[in-house]
Write a protein that binds this ligand. Structure first.
Ligand code: NAD
Length: 300
């Protein structure tokens, strides 16, 4: 039976670690870390995600505030809110909850976020830093996957990894992080021919295709490590991009859905924010080497 890569358990462990980092830095900072979440429109799934993030902040001791905008808000209004948060000294992380309502472009809004407060790690500058191996906030979902692998002693170095999906949110940064960890990485996408032949080569297979139950036993080689990023609400309940019941008997390790990658994504949002707080408040206190922080192992 495959080892379960339990994201809930690791998220709880990391929340403890974050609490202790916050209590360590609180005296110097004089205030807790602050996360601002911008929600636009009334998409119900987004509402649940935003509420989960606020609850996680409360558990760990971050101060969170949610600003809720109407779906027909003008881009200028959202830009003004982002600019105000960039200037707000009590805000260390800014998150624009995606997807935005139809008609609103996300690129100019994401670009307006101060890269130092980029809680989601999606700013162009921070993606460039990942590409170049420079420190910075990291995309939450792939960073969460790397933390899950590390926690279970799964070495990427020298291994053959396949990432299914090439989105900026998940697939691309995932491939970069695995490559930075010295895996040999291939990326599959919707135009890939003979997907199963490629994915069967994977010792580490990360699936972020956004297609319910796309991959089954025929896609997985024995003893592969399988990470399922997909999450879908269906009539039969939540499922991922992987047919769990077919793949679990073959794999050496596998993430469940729910309870695998999802909780890690939220935790990494907190990590990015706490790191920003640590660095900003150390710089304010005149500390040397303000890029140093106690969570560096979590930002691959
Ligand atoms: P996306 O739709 O932006 O990208 C999907 C990618 O998969 C694309 O690059 C596409 O080319 C590729 N793809 C689609 N069909 C394919 C096929 N048949 N074969 C091979 N490749 C194919 O999606 P995304 O934002 O990257 O998210 C992917 C999934 O992960 C979604 O289910 C999303 O809900 C989920 N997700 C989960 C979390 C989490 O925290 N668990 C976070 C982000 C995204």
């Amino acid at each position: 039976m495959a080892l379960r890569l339990d994201g809930r358990q690791l998220a709880a462990e990391l929340e403890n670690r974050l609490r202790s980092v916050i209590s360590q830095g609180l005296g110097r900072a004089g205030r807790p870390p602050g996360l601002a979440v911008l929600r636009v429109g009334d998409d119900s799934a987004s509402g649940v995600y935003v509420a989960n993030k606020a609850k996680a902040c409360a558990r760990v001791g971050l101060h969170s505030r949610v600003q809720h905008f109407r779906a027909d808000s003008a881009p200028a209004e959202l830009l003004a809110a982002i600019t105000a948060l960039n200037r707000d000294p009590a805000v260390d992380g800014i998150l624009l909850q995606l997807p935005l309502p139809t008609g609103l472009e996300e690129a100019p809004l994401l670009a307006a976020i101060d890269p130092a407060k980029d809680a989601d790690g999606l700013h162009t500058l921070n993606l460039g830093r990942l590409l170049k191996g420079e420190p910075g906030p990291r995309s939450c979902t792939p960073a969460g996957v790397m933390a899950l692998l590390a926690r279970h002693g799964i070495e990427a170095s020298g291994r053959r990894a396949v990432v299914v999906g090439r989105s900026i949110l998940v697939g691309q940064p995932m491939a970069l992080m695995l490559q930075a960890a010295d895996a040999t990485v291939s990326v599959a996408h919707s135009r890939t021919r003979e997907l199963a032949a490629l994915t069967r080569q994977a010792e580490i297979l990360v699936v972020a295709a956004g297609r319910p139950r796309l991959l089954g036993a025929e896609h997985v080689s024995p003893a592969a490590v399988v990470v399922d990023v997909g999450i879908h609400r269906t009539a039969g309940g939540l499922c991922g991009d992987v047919r769990f019941e077919e793949v679990e008997p073959l794999a050496s390790a596998i993430t469940p859905v729910p309870g695998g990658v999802g909780p890690m994504t939220v935790t990494m949002l907190l990590v990015n924010t706490v790191v920003s707080w640590w660095q900003r408040t150390e710089a304010e206190a005149g500390g040397q080497g303000s890029l140093d922080h106690p969570l560096a192992d979590l930002l691959p």
